[in-house]
Design a protein around this ligand. Structure first.
Ligand SMILES: Cc1cc2nc3c(=O)[nH]c(=O)nc-3n(C[C@H](O)[C@H](O)[C@H](O)COP(=O)(O)O)c2cc1C
Length: 152
């Protein structure tokens, strides 16, 4: 019997990633968790570029509001995010650094405005050095259609 548990943790500002995270969680039978930052990002695109860009440039980890109480019970963590500046938002780094993810498998997925988010793998590996990080999945492009190939 397969008793592995999957967490689908995502960060999303304008719901693109959220919508796909919900579909993915349903498709894989995972538990959905929204990564929320203590500070809200500005509504405007320019505002998000300014705040998110500064965090990235300065390596600032925005504080995360909520925690996964039972992280130990998951062995697969799917992490969803919008591509920001060709990588993941710093909120993803904050989130990953909060836990001991030793031995867990991380499946990163992203939405984007058309650009690739595959470079996020480096930042995710740095934030979760003892986890096994898989290839990044372009959820904007594939939706849930290629999940099986990705995760096999
Ligand atoms: C601060 C910021 C930086 C972004 N950087 C990129 C980028 O480098 N490449 C890209 O294709 N899209 C970029 N985008 C577009 C988002 O990745 C895209 O709109 C995403 O689907 C938004 O997801 P969300 O609704 O879950 O927040 C950026 C958006 C913002 C706000």
């Amino acid at each position: 019997m397969d008793d592995r548990k999957t967490l689908v943790a995502y960060f999303s500002c304008t719901n693109h990633t959220q919508d796909l995270a919900k579909e993915i969680a349903e498709a894989v039978g995972g538990t959905l968790f929204e990564i929320k930052t203590v500070h809200d990002y500005p509504e405007s695109y320019a505002g998000k570029i300014a705040v998110g860009g500064k965090e990235k440039l300065t390596g600032t980890r925005p504080e995360i509001l909520n925690t996964v109480a039972d992280m130990d019970t998951y062995d697969t963590i799917m992490v969803g995010f919008p591509v920001w500046f060709s990588t993941c938002p710093m909120a993803i780094v904050s989130f990953l650094e909060e836990y001991d993810l030793t031995g867990k498998t991380i499946y990163p997925f992203y939405t984007s405005g058309g650009g690739s988010g595959s470079r996020a793998i480096r930042d995710i590996e740095k934030a979760a050095p003892y986890a096994d990080v898989m290839m990044c999945y372009n959820a904007s492009k594939y939706g849930t259609s290629a999940l099986e190939q990705w995760m096999e």
